[in-house]
Write a protein that binds this ligand. Structure first.
Ligand code: BGC
Ligand code: NOJ
Length: 814
């Protein structure tokens, strides 16, 4: 069952009912000011950091789903019917409803009793604000007597403290009100250590306002039944402590056919420390007034929206495909790249599932996200790499995450996640292959933000490489630290008491537990490290690295091989994990995908076997499960992985993030049919028809789809902020469609299903545009002829030449 449809020309997903199985959301903001907005106008807003600088409140664990939001109430004063353009919170049945989620904006068009409301919401490119333009049209044949009420509830900045520290927070709320209520300033804590405030303003005179939540809602009421809206009359309340809000009332008499438009702006403003006040206790409003002056007219809003749309069009033009597969085209050209940008902005911090409170920018998460956005924003990717590397420790290990506001490692979560160092090589290599910019490798980068112990970025990569090379266990395989990518496989944790964090409980690593998955990463990213060494002219270091890689390769195909597939790990007792010897959890997806994509076991014939085993044992109609058989009991020596009920999350769920690893592995072996089949199973556009089963948005990937053992097999969870976005984009764009950036130039080596058909790709790469036309000739893999600007080229790499601005490429498969 579907709840909407793709409008590819408009670059939008159109939702046709507010009653989607879960809130279907969108992200607004491209730089420092962000909002999440659902198809029922729920969501929250923050500046830079969803934990530390939260502007509006959201209620997690909420009933009904998805409140709070930024709401408009429309009241017909003749019959007292009250409704919201996004349906929530009043939930009056609408006569029509449509929500369009576009790139960085959302629109809502709804009608009730011949009154239409059209809301457009977006965060403009260059101001720290969210603009909401609402147009109300009277389609009745007589005059309409309406009142419009706005409503936002302020968060007292630190979203974590705001939910807990009531003994203080119920007394600190402060506001200022100007222009009769048209502009409401939220200035809690401004009198002390803050130099910022928020505003909510409308570009018109108002008939009144409220800034006290209790006054607006009435005690014991929720936003679904505010007293003020029922009474039709706001109270001009001035908040003093408790819960400050911003609400404006505008009474409207609209003639038949008449429309009126209002522009609401929610903004964040900072003042210089020495210019905070315009009078005692009166905040300096100059920057706010100047910001608001830029969004006073419909023309100004239209211009800002056009700028935003052009920004996205330009960005997405970096990789564009035109094929006979409409769904591939829409994911590649629009939604997959869009999701990659959202993971660039948010990492794993702020979504409907990640409350924005617990997690900052993940170290390994952001390194992997880089793989999906480096071609879109190479300059910002460069800075991101430096920021991430700055939180590494001198021994090569790293914090799990850092706070976006401070860019400092988050010590609450600690360090010792020992797969992280190698991911730094992955991200850096991707950046250098994309841009050819070797200067980044020579940048001085601190350790743990301490510049006195800085090394070049290349020095950091060496630490990453050496960390793994020097931390090996009894089988010569890399030691597992606080788990590796699968942070739920906690082999040194032994947690027996509820509430202990599996990720940080127990020693970071022991002398025995080893990971075959890290072995795969070491072979893959070790080679990328060696190539960077060569680029810098350090052949000796490249040779040394390759010697180290050989040892780990050898260990992987011996101790790491189980007969029909790769072992997942050895636990702290040196028992195999992910082996036919195990009672449960006999085969895991990660080492099969990663070892094969790293090339391990290909020439020995093990790779074919491993992928066959995946197909036989882990495949389902909704994707490839992370392990089988599911753990039915808690294994203290394995940790969190066995704590989930069978079929959910890391315990045999379909973890979407590592499905592309297996698909990439299939392309390594030249199996285009199978690679694409795996791609399609988790691809949102391909499963739009089963939205009632899948539940999450049909335009973005989710972290997990429940596996075969789960009651709700096929149900998605944790949409948006997942490494799945980057990895699926890498898979489809670089391996299946086969346009892969190497240090020498783009290589063209697609691996597609036999019936895929010819396709054209436009790819921007290092100041040039590549127009690539692939003639498939029914082949799944292999390029027999490559013609670049009219001349045949040997091999499949298009040699990059400085100064050449356009490459017209014809690639003949066969
Ligand atoms: C989740 C993981 C997550 C970890 C750390 C676990 O409970 O299953 O996906 O990475 O917590 O936040
Ligand atoms: C969530 C983590 O952020 C990610 O790095 C990992 O992919 C999964 N958990 C798997 O355990």
């Amino acid at each position: 069952m579907k709840y909407g449809y793709f409008d590819d020309n408009a670059l939008e997903y159109v939702i046709t009912t507010p009653k989607t199985p879960l809130p279907w959301i969108n992200y607004l903001g491209n730089k420092e000011f962000f909002s999440l907005i659902s198809n029922t106008c729920g969501g929250y807003t923050f500046y830079k950091d969803a934990k530390l600088l939260r502007l509006t409140r959201y209620r997690y664990n909420n009933v009904p789903y998805d409140n709070n939001g930024k709401y408009f109430y429309i009241k017909d004063n003749t019959d007292s019917v009250v409704w919201n353009p996004g349906w929530q919170p009043v939930k009056t049945t609408l006569d029509s409803y449509e929500c369009r989620h576009g790139l960085g904006y959302s629109t809502f068009t709804s009608t009730k009793n011949n009154v239409e409301a059209k809301v457009l919401t977006f965060v403009p490119m260059d101001d720290n604000c969210e603009v909401s333009q609402i147009t109300i049209t009277n389609n009745k044949d007589k005059e309409a007597d309406l009142s419009l009420f706005s409503y936002v509830e302020w968060c007292l900045w630190n979203a974590d403290d705001d939910m807990k520290n009531f003994q203080r927070n119920l007394s600190t709320g402060e506001v200022e009100i100007t222009d009769g209520g048209s502009t409401i300033y939220h200035k809690t804590e401004y009198r002390e250590r803050r130099n910022h405030y928020a505003i909510y303003s409308v570009n018109a005179p108002v008939d009144g306002f409220d800034t006290s939540r209790d006054a607006f809602l009435g005690a014991y009421n929720g936003p679904d039944s505010p007293d003020v809206v029922s009474d039709g009359k706001c109270t001009n309340s001035v908040a003093s402590g408790w819960s400050p809000i911003a609400s404006q009332q505008i009474n409207l008499k609209l003639k038949a056919g008449e429309s009126k438009t209002f522009i609401f702006v929610l903004a964040y403003v900072e003042n210089p420390e020495d210019d905070k006040w315009e009078a005692p206790n009166v905040i300096n409003k100059k920057p706010a007034i100047s910001l608001l002056s830029r969004y006073k007219t419909e023309e100004a809003v239209e211009k800002a929206l056009t700028e935003l749309k052009n920004y996205w069009k330009d960005l997405l033009s970096n990789y564009h495909i035109s094929s006979k597969n409409e769904k591939v085209d829409r994911m590649v050209n629009i939604w997959n790249q869009y999701q990659c940008m959202v993971t660039f902005n948010m990492s794993r911090s702020a979504s409907y599932y990640e409350s924005g409170i617990g997690r900052g920018m993940g170290f390994r998460d952001s390194c992997q996200d880089l793989l999906g956005f480096v071609h879109l924003i190479p300059d910002r990717a460069r800075q991101r790499i430096i920021d991430i590397a700055s939180t590494q420790f001198q021994d090569g290990s790293a914090y799990h995450q850092y706070q976006p506001l401070t860019k400092k490692g988050n010590s609450d979560i600690g360090s010792g996640f020992n797969d992280d160092p190698l991911w730094l090589i992955a991200g850096t290599s991707a950046y250098v292959r994309e841009t050819g910019d070797l200067s980044i490798l020579k940048e001085m980068v601190p350790f743990d933000n301490d510049m006195s112990v800085a090394k070049t970025l290349m020095g950091h990569l060496k630490c990453s490489f050496d960390f793994t090379a020097t931390h090996k266990g009894p089988h010569g395989l890399p030691l597992i630290g606080r788990a590796d990518w699968n942070d739920c496989l906690n082999l040194n944790c032994f947690s027996e008491h509820p509430g202990e964090s599996f990720q940080t409980f127990g020693p970071s690593e022991g002398p025995v537990a080893e990971s075959v998955f890290i072995a795969g990463m070491f072979v893959k990213y070790g080679e990328e490290y060696a190539q960077l060494c060569e680029l810098l002219g350090d052949q000796a270091e490249a040779d040394r690295a390759r010697d180290e890689i050989k040892k780990v390769y050898e260990a992987a195909i011996t101790a790491g091989w189980d007969g029909e597939w790769f072992v997942r790990a050895y636990d702290a007792y040196s028992h195999k994990v992910g082996s036919k010897e195990c009672e449960e959890g006999q085969i895991y997806i990660e080492p099969q995908g990663f070892c094969v994509l790293a090339g391990i076991g290909v020439k020995e014939g093990l790779a074919e076997k491993a992928l066959k085993s995946v197909e036989e044992r882990l495949d389902t109609k909704y994707g490839v499960m992370i392990l089988q058989p599911a753990y039915t009991k808690y294994h203290v020596e394995l940790g969190e992985v066995s704590s989930y009920p069978p079929g959910y999350k890391e315990n045999a769920g379909i973890f979407c993030h590592n499905n592309p690893w297996v698909s990439i592995a299939e392309t390594v072996l030249g199996h285009g049919d199978r690679a694409f089949e795996i791609y399609k199973k988790t691809c949102p556009a391909y499963i739009e028809d089963i939205s009632d089963v899948h539940c999450t948005e049909p335009y973005v990937y989710s972290q997990m789809v429940a596996g075969r053992d789960a009651k709700f097999f096929g149900q998605g969870k944790n949409s948006w902020l997942t490494g799945t976005a980057a990895w699926t984009f890498v898979n489809i764009s670089q391996y299946i469609l086969g346009v892969y950036p190497t240090h020498k130039g783009l290589s063209i080596d697609p691996c597609v299903p036999a019936d895929f058909g010819d396709f054209e790709i436009t790819r921007k790469y290092r100041n040039a545009v590549y127009n690539i036309s692939v003639k498939q000739n029914g082949a799944q893999k292999g390029i027999k002829k490559l013609i670049v600007n009219g001349k045949e080229v040997a091999g499949n790499v298009i040699p990059y030449e400085d100064g050449v601005k356009e490459y017209n490429v014809v690639a003949e498969m066969g």
